[in-house]
Design a protein around this ligand. Structure first.
Ligand code: NAD
Ligand code: TDX
Length: 357
């Protein structure tokens, strides 16, 4: 293993969680961009993963889909043997904070045990001095919450506050421990809230678009003054492409477009965009905004300082928030079949349990 390689040249890449929101956007960028690189995605197709998210790359010669669990050590070991991966890009996770409050152990199993299983397989397979890299995708939520001022940096101490954030923090610690103890060549990124096409409508932005479209109550937790920092998922995919090839081994990169909004401001913007796109009278969807009981332990504010990824790797976001939100609203309105498929009986049961509507 070489822990000081400055550049990495991926050849055979295992992408975990490729049928989910960010993984699918990443594959839709990478598979056509690098036709000589083989991509294998391993995804358990939980409620959050859908084959139709990877339909645009499914037929490509350099793409293979494997249905399975990252915590299945025998399967993961067999895939390493069969494909001789040079690279792992690890997205697979339980990703929704509200679900982690209902069922924390599912998060520990996938996010902690699943990540450890992948790390063990990589450590076992990568015993020579080859050009290898394990890139771990994580979240800014590992740093806890901010007050009205300040930003997270790569030096911010970990202080996770939800079971989701704690399980992601555990996975980050494991990745760094494998780097330190075994010399496993890794990079790690902590990203702010993503938005864009193919996001499951349990998350705020697609949930609001869907419910504005259907003229259903639009739930805003607490007083709507919590702040999130929003990054378009396609900009995230470009940042990951950059970090994977040019990021320094053992380094962490915080990724964000550094665009903060209160939830209420964002929800009002989205409802207005949906009305405009559907030629409805202004204010139609706003009438459905409903303040509901706050999320337990709700983090007040996230804000990320992304200067390292900008300065070291010259990455810049392409979308500003107004253009990104408009494109996103358009995408959901233009994909009624996708919305129909994803809002199945399980989704209805989840919404009923979560919101009672
Ligand atoms: P997602 O929930 O949309 O997708 C997760 C994918 O992982 C799904 O396809 C699911 O089927 C798969 N999966 C879940 N458990 C699995 C298992 N045990 N084995 C194999 N596959 C499994 O999540 P996302 O929003 O695309 O997030 C991807 C990654 O990015 C996660 O690690 C998440 O923590 C991180 N992240 C997300 C955001 C965000 O705003 N969405 C922000 C920062 C970091
Ligand atoms: O119905 C809602 N009403 C509401 O007010 C929902 C679903 C959310 N919210 C609030 C809670 C948050 O302050 O909106 C904000 C965004 O909520 P989510 O979309 O659930 O995202 P968040 O909890 O911020 O976490 C997201 O960003 C970081 C992803 O789900 C994580 O996977 C990622 O790590």
């Amino acid at each position: 293993m070489n822990s000081s390689t400055p550049e990495h040249h991926p050849t055979r890449v295992l992408v975990t969680g490729g049928a989910g929101f960010i993984g699918a956007n990443f594959l839709q960028h990478m598979v056509p961009a690098y036709p000589d690189v083989a991509f294998v995605t391993l995804d358990a197709l939980t409620y959050a993963g859908h084959r139709r998210n990877i339909a645009p790359v499914a037929e490509a010669d350099n793409f293979t889909f494997v249905e399975g669990d990252i915590a299945d050590a025998a399967l993961v070991g067999r895939l390493f043997d069969e494909h001789a991966f040079t690279t792992v890009v690890h997205f697979a996770a339980e990703s929704h904070v509200d679900r982690s409050i209902q069922d924390p152990l599912a998060f520990v199993r996938t996010n902690v045990v699943g990540t450890a299983t992948l790390l063990e397989a990589a450590r076992t397979a990568w015993r020579d001095d080859g050009d290898y890299r394990f890139h771990h995708i994580s979240t800014d939520e590992v740093f806890g919450e901010l007050g009205a001022e300040g930003t997270f940096t790569e030096a911010t101490p970990y202080a996770p506050r939800s079971p989701y954030a704690a399980s992601k923090a555990g996975s980050d610690h494991l990745v760094r421990a494998y780097g330190h103890t075994y010399g496993l060549p890794f990079t790690l990124s902590n990203t702010s809230n993503n938005y864009g096409p193919y996001q499951h409508p349990e998350k705020l932005i697609p949930l609001v678009i869907l419910r504005a479209l259907r003229e259903q109550p639009i739930p805003v937790y607490g007083d709507g003054q919590n702040v999130r920092d929003w990054l378009h998922v396609q900009d995230h995919a470009l940042a990951l492409d950059c970090i994977l090839r040019h990021g320094r081994t053992g380094q962490t990169y915080l990724v964000s477009a550094e665009v903060e909004r209160t939830n209420l401001h964002l929800v009002e913007t989205l409802t207005d965009l949906v009305d405009a796109a559907l030629d409805r009278p202004a204010g139609t969807a706003r009438q459905h905004i409903t303040f509901v009981t706050d999320r337990p332990g709700h983090d007040f504010r996230y804000a990320v300082d992304a200067s390292r990824v900008r300065d070291e790797l010259s990455w810049r976001p392409q979308y500003d928030l107004p253009a990104g939100l408009e494109q996103t609203v358009r995408w959901y309105l233009d994909h009624p079949d996708w919305l129909e498929a994803i809002t199945d009986e399980d989704y209805a049961a989840y919404i009923d349990a979560q919101y009672g509507t």
